[in-house]
Design a protein around this ligand. Sequence first.
Ligand SMILES: [Zn+2]
Length: 442
Amino acid sequence: MVFKKKCLISLILVISQIFFYFPTIGQAESADPIYQTLLSGKRILKERNFIEEEKATVYLTFDDGPSELTPKVLDILKKEGIKATFFVVGKAAEQNKKIIKRIVEEGHSIGNHSYTHQYKNLYSSFSDFWQEIQKTEKVIYDITGIRTSLVRTPGGTYKNWDSFYFYFMDQADYLVYDWNVDSGDSKRIGVPAKEIIATVKQSKVTKKLIVLMHDSKSHVNTVGALPSIIKYYKEKGYQFKALSEQVEPIIQPETATRWKRNNEFEIRDTFVREVEKKKIAEVEQKEEQKDKLVDVWMVEPYYEKIGEVIYSYQDEMWWLPLKQAPILLDTRVMVDERTKIIRLYKENTSLMIRGQELKRIGQEWYIPLIPAIQVFQKNIHWNEEMTYLILEQDDQGSFVTKEESIWSKIISSWETGFQTIVTRLSRIYFTFPSLFLYTYRN
Ligand SMILES: [Zn+2]
């Protein structure tokens, strides 16, 4: 990973601080060097660390959703095995909570695209813009638990924002992304898929691409064009990624805004994210979630802890320490040091695990748990909190899912119970026939 320092504090600011900055009580903002710099149209952004892409990377982005088309986009992304970013409109998010959840569950990024998408409201005053960003942030947070800092402003920053908008948003630690490839799917209503594909193919192919597309309900042709766009970038050798706070934004060059609005520099202290502290705490907590050690318990013939496995939050997989494979899976293990292939085998069944499928933590080798479970036909289930796993021996020799396993358990316990009752009743009947006769006579 290469860290790149980005310093955007302008020389003018430094000079003005040295020569003209004489703080006085009740100083008017007109004498404030930051104000003066912003007024001149220069941007002032904090110094931040970003991770530079090692490979050619394309970030597909979808604006204006979610809508009834979004699940179709998600289906395509899932089929292609790639991740993207959805800049959602707060109002639409409120009406499509399930889709918002699905976006996050399937590993895509979610960003803020204002609440109403009404340019006039958003660009006539920063206060109104700010309110919409806050409102949408809360909508997304309430649905997903994610406090997103990724923002794309409706229509892009070009000619809509000025350096004050950049400054206020940057001070609140939002990251604002424009694009460097416009698919042209919003040029007019009903741009044909062919034209969208052609526009993308004619666009530049630099190492890092942020592609603008739309998934509101009128963009059915974008959905039609998407598979060809993905194919095109795959053939060019690009990797597909979702935006994150580690990705340096692409923003349009400085330009004058076409909107007239009042100066709000004086009330800049009010543009503070309410939950800023909470967000930092959440991020810190997430970073601590590396691997979770989980006990494995045998169910029959008696409860006993027989080993440990690891759940990795990073790759979202269960891992089994190799040395525990003989106990937990009842298999033999053969390690070929030369070819770095591990073979688990039991009677006529075997599983080959190649070096790259293994994980090494400290001195221990780990194998992926789920494939091994499936091959060696063990039942496995875990409690809701995932604090322990349960392995079951399966006498039928077939892999049974959790639900089936519970049902068969219920049925078998019911059968056993029924047999016990019958046996006991008949025993009573045969042992004490006189008792029954006696009762009957009376
Ligand atoms: Zn938009």
